[in-house]
Design a protein around this ligand. Sequence first.
Ligand code: ADP
Ligand code: MG
Ligand code: MG
Length: 878
Amino acid sequence: MRKFVYHFNEGSKEMKYLLGGKGANLAEMTNIGLPVPPGFTITTEACKDYNEHHQYLSDDIYTEMMTHMEILEQETGKKFGDAENPLLISVRSGAPFSMPGMMDTILNLGLNDQSVQGLERVTQDARSSYDCYRRFIQMFGDVVFRIPGYRFEQALSDLKERKNYTLDTELTAADWQELIAVYKALYVSASGREFPQNPLEQLRLSITAVFDSWENPRAVVYRRLHHIDNQLGTAVNIQSMVFGNTGDTSGTGIAFTRNPSTGDNVFFGEYLLNAQGEDVVAGIRTPEPISHLEDTMPDVYQQLLDVAALLELHYLDMQDIEFTIEKGELFVLQTRNGKRTAQAAINIAVDLVHEGKISKDDAIMRIDTAQIDQLLHPSFDETSLANASVLATGLPASPGAATGQIYFNAEDAVTAAERGEKVILVRNETSPEDIEGMAKSVAILTAHGGMTSHAAVVARGMGKCCVAGCDAIAIDETKKTLQSATATLHEGDFLSLNGSTGNVYVDQIPLVETEIGGHFEELMGWVNETKKLVVRVNADSPNDLEVGLHFGAEGVGLCRTEHMFFQEDRIPYVRQMIIAESKEERLIALSHLKAMQKTDFAGIFRVANGKPVNIRLLDPPLHEFLPKTDADIAKLAQEIGKPADEIKQRVHDLAETNPMLGHRGCRLAITFPEIYMMQAEAIIESAIAIHDEGIAVYPEIMVPLVASREEIALIKKQLKEAIQTIFRKEQLVLPFDIGTMIEIPRACVTADEIAEEAQFFSFGTNDLTQLTFGFSRDDANKFLYAYQEQKILPTDPFQSIDQKGVGALVTTAVQRGRMTNPSLKMGVCGEHGGDPASIQFFHKLGLQYVSCSPYRIPIARIAAAQASILEEQQKVKI
Ligand code: ADP
Ligand code: MG
Ligand code: MG
């Protein structure tokens, strides 16, 4: 018979697919001797079985579970549902991947009108016993009967108001009993059913509710956002309760072995005295920093430090630990690899190498390239910041800076974001229902909750700026207002947040790019030692190139000359060149452009300082440059001294039905060879000028949109002649290469022929994807989402290379190219050059380099190093 239930001492951390992350780690902690309340795990296989059996828990699983309940009764010396000494349990969901707060947990299960009296007798504490009972009724109602949590909260706050209390801790046993009666009535009015008194019925309903919670909408959204497989299912953990709500020597908290925002190696966390589980996360009261525990309960604090050190050494990573203290005794309820900011991830990984706990390769593999994006996010412009006034200060829950318009619920936030606004979601506290709104916002502000509140944890995971627990402001979610001592803001007003300091500003503050600090440089040094792919930058200006070099670019992979042509002062000459009806006329325009281009190239060569610079000859869809309106035409007529009518006629003649498939790229040079010759001259003459300044230069001249050997052969001959003329005149020869962009399927399949003429190939994967699929780059987003939703395509092929189709063409081109030209240099300059999955593919193909936009460079470098490490690891396995 299949085994569906594992006692904690039967599992291990390796079993997370079967036991879920929580269950596997509870088992591991039990086995290494930590104080974990006993319990067992019902597997994810049981969840699948339940779903396959149309939401019915099979008799086999039920019977097996009951055997483990008996063992649990023996271990604890208590009996489930007993009126004398009742066993109370928690029913906790736990999927293979952590989905914080996404699914349901029920505490204190097993209580009913009789057993609560038993609990009271055993604990000699009526207040905490009835507190447990009302919590159970509330959670059970929420999770199992879907009675909205706020209806219970409302009943509680009504009672507090009536009794003139501010804190939950002020309620007496009698008050709780009064509330329990209200809660029970709520069951009947909201669901038409009584609160079930039979503990076995409570148990069965709770387990199936946890299985069902796998499919609840917020969990589904979370999985979509985090690319978690829908088929995995959740496990259910049944664990005997410990009580943090039994007075001031009890409490509950969350601790991180290192600071999850900065990565500093200091113990970090929060706790609440006289409280149970959810209270810290839900932000009901503002928790105390963990360091205070050292003053109040030094022994427990020391024990907690020991547990933290042990767990970190065991898992070799920063841990996020849940604990409860029951009358001075410490219990550990959960551990997992803690979520952290990108900066913290880098600092922790590097520190762990220094501490001798992990290898450099491990450190590199632990960096989540998607998260590194977060580091490259902007911060506030200093001068504007100096003039901004602080509205309030909350907790710095997730770093970064953001400015945007405020909305008071997830739905409004989503709508505004879809209108194109930058949105800051403002809530008293967030809950898992808000997840989509949080994802669509640039930042999150909450009035309640601490550093480990839902808002803080989720924002850090998403890499979003968050200020939490900002209690100096009052938020009215119904009226949609935010009130501080000095101002009242409404929906749509601007606010700026600094998630690193907790400051909230009324103004809109401009953002600037940030520096990456901490151990980043050291990590990137290891990356350079490890990676084989060279990473170049796509740069059209000296400024782009400077940013790229700052981030570690090793050359220019693509300099697009048409971007230079777009500048205001050049457009008339570009237009004159295009509409010229004779070669003479065109040469006049070209001589102006040549002077300008020489300055451009010189600027780039100077900054590149000897690194290769790949310059692509003109590749414009011509229509982009032509004057469109009559006014434009009249203006151009005046500028170049030509009748407007003639220009109009010429524009009309040049118009194309399908410009992207039209007279562009090297086709332009077939009809007007003087254009590319002018560019080649500008490149070589400026190279000579820079060489004369004593700076090394290495131009690579790239011919775009080549489909055949004959095209490149003809163009190369013309370019070489122009270049040789200059060399002869200057009595100087400089190294340079002439190669092609490979971006047409025909070029891939005839690459052996093209390689005989080309010194390099640079794969233009954007056009290659467009032409392979026949998807227009400019319009495909209108339907590609449906392709992804219906799983026709796994990802957007313009973002991550389609390995099967486009990738096969690239592979063919690489093989054929090498066949006839073994010294052929090959790289990628499309958007895919900055995409980690694509980079892994290009690494395997043995290309020499990838090229991407300046801010993607660190990501590309790390991805390239990860690709090398993965390859080595796979070799070892074989
Ligand atoms: P989540 O996955 O949302 O964190 P958990 O299953 O970890 O949900 O439980 C929610 C809260 O209840 C946590 O604070 C946890 O520490 C607490 N809790 C869970 N089981 C027990 C237990 N057996 N005794 C006391 N507290 C518990
Ligand atoms: Mg938990
Ligand atoms: Mg192209």
